[in-house]
Each structure stands twice: as C-alpha cells, then as structure tokens.
Design a protein around this ligand. Structure first.
Ligand SMILES: NC(=O)c1ccc[n+]([C@@H]2O[C@H](COP(=O)([O-])OP(=O)(O)OC[C@H]3O[C@@H](n4cnc5c(N)ncnc54)[C@H](O)[C@@H]3O)[C@@H](O)[C@H]2O)c1
Length: 257
C-alpha cells in the first residue's frame, strides 16, 4: 500500500488510548513519524510495542501544565527541527450541570480541552511554519455544536475549540498552515464508560432515545478508526483547499431531531 504521509512529523496529544490511539495507528501506517503526548505511559508503551522505535516516541506531558507543553515542543524541535501536523486530541469530561459544577472542576476541564490546544498551537507554530504544508487538527465534539445537558464545561470548551479552529484558519492561511476540526459523536472508547462503570450505550436511557426513537440514524456506536479516517483526510493532500472546517463524524446524530 502506498504510504501517503511518508516521513510527515506528527504530534498526537492524548494518543495513548481511545481515539488518539486510533489516530496514531492510522497515521503510523501511512508512514508518519509520531510523538505521543500523554500522561498514560504504560498504555503508550503497549501501543508502541511492535512499532519501529525510531519513528514513534512518547513524551510524558500533562497538558494542563504550560511548562510541560513547552517541554513537549522542545522535544519535537530537537528531534525534528520542524513539525508537519499537530493533532490536539486529548480531552476530559466531567459531566456536571451548572448547579453542581465547581469553578475548580470547570477550570480543569477548560485547561485540558481548550487551553492546551491553544498552548500547543502557540508553541508549535514556529515549527509548523517550517513545514511545506502545516496542519493543525482539533478533535472537538458534537457537544461543541449543540447543547447537551449535564456537561457544561465540556460543551463550552468544545464550542470554543470549534471557533478557535476558524480563527486559526484565518490567521495561519498566509503561512500555508491549514486548521480543521473533527467532531466525533458517540465513540466506543474509555471516555464512554460512565462513572458507575457501565457503557453509555447500555443504559435504558440511551437505548430509548438513540435506538428506539432513532436519534442515531446509523444505529451503532462509532469506533476510533471512524474518527482516524476523517483525521487522515485533513492530514492528506486531498484536503489541501480546506481550512477552518469542522467535520461531524457522528453516524448522523446531529442531522435529525
Ligand atoms: N469518546 C467519545 O464518544 C467522544 C465524543 C466526542 C469527542 N471526543 C473527544 O475525542 C478526544 C479523545 O477522546 P477519547 O474518547 O479517546 O477519550 P479517552 O479518555 O479514551 O482518551 C483521552 C486521552 O487523553 C489523555 N489525557 C487526558 N488528560 C490529559 C492531560 N492532562 N495530559 C495529557 N493527556 C491527557 C488520556 O490519558 C487519554 O490517553 C477528546 O478530546 C474527546 O473530548 C470523544
């Protein structure tokens, strides 16, 4: 198979598991060289087990801390000198309504989901400028384009991320850096496991709303590789005239009512 991202230098935040791991596998198979930036070193080690260690690295990075993001970008600078693709994927959910949300928890979610993509993009910019075709890809959410009850900080951060995508697209077009976002719907990852340990998909509520009343037209959960395919499109030459866009990859959940 032709490797269409051969030698592209890529950072994937939150690449140790879930959607991020799906993105890492897909881009690696397309020939990219990757740095995984995450706090879960054991999971990254497992993912990287049988891969060429020259082409994939892990940098322990707590994305809620600016100094660790600076360290991550320094690592990429020393290793590659330039960067082709930054994928701001890492995210956390807290699941609170306004009435129950503490400011501290709200800030934590904002730090990881919104501040970190800002800081990673800011510090990576000089490296992206050295690429012939720089790309920034934000993993947002359908919760960034709709209001979803009981997740105020997450919804707010993801909505902000989608508009950050537009602003950066406008600001960075003259530097030949394209900025796009992929907004997943319900994807089967550890994030979809609820506080009581059950999968969201298995609750009566989910079965009623999304299956019985057909609010999820494709009738199934998405998988990390469904998202990785859309991310690959935004990394590839096939999207060379696309910037500022958000592609909803959600089995149709956002187009019905
Ligand atoms: N799973 C879904 O249904 C779904 C839906 C819409 C959007 N998303 C988005 O997709 C992205 C990936 O989600 P996922 O489902 O794979 O989640 P996940 O919880 O399975 O994986 C998230 C990864 O981010 C890492 N991470 C979390 N906080 C971090 C921090 N402070 N520093 C560094 N790394 C950190 C985790 O260690 C983990 O490896 C997130 O931005 C999420 O909001 C997921």
């Amino acid at each position: 198979m032709e490797k269409r991202l051969l030698n592209k230098k890529v950072i994937v935040t939150g690449g140790s598991r879930g959607i991020g791991a799906g993105i890492v596998k897909r881009l690696f198979n397309e020939g990219a060289e990757i740095i995984i930036a995450d706090i879960k070193e054991d999971l990254a080690a497992k993912l990287m087990e049988n891969l060429d260690s020259e082409k994939i690295n892990f940098v322990h990075t707590d994305l809620s801390k600016e100094e660790e993001i600076i360290n991550l970008i320094d690592f990429a600078k020393n290793k590659w000198g330039a960067l082709d693709i930054l994928i701001n994927n890492a995210g956390i959910e807290d699941g609170f309504m306004l009435s129950d949300q503490s400011y501290e928890k709200y800030r934590k979610t904002m730090r990881v989901n919104l501040d970190a993509p800002f800081l990673c993009s800011k510090y990576a910019l000089p490296l992206l400028e050295k690429s012939q075709s720089g790309r920034i890809i934000m993993i947002s959410s359908i919760q960034g384009v709709r209001g979803y009850k009981g997740n105020i900080s997450y919804n707010t951060a993801k909505g902000g991320l989608i508009n950050m995508t537009r602003v950066l697209a406008v600001e960075l077009a003259e530097k030949n850096i394209l900025v796009n976002s992929v907004a997943p719907g319900f994807i089967n990852t550890p994030m979809s496991v609820m506080k009581d340990g059950n999968l969201e998909w298995d609750t009566d509520w989910f079965k009623d709303v999304y299956l019985k009343y057909e609010k999820l037209p494709m009738g199934r959960y998405g998988h990390p590789d469904d998202i990785a395919g859309a991310v690959y499109f935004f990394c590839s030459e096939d999207s060379k005239y696309v910037t500022g866009q958000t592609l909803l990859v959600d089995g149709g959940v956002s187009v019905t009512f």
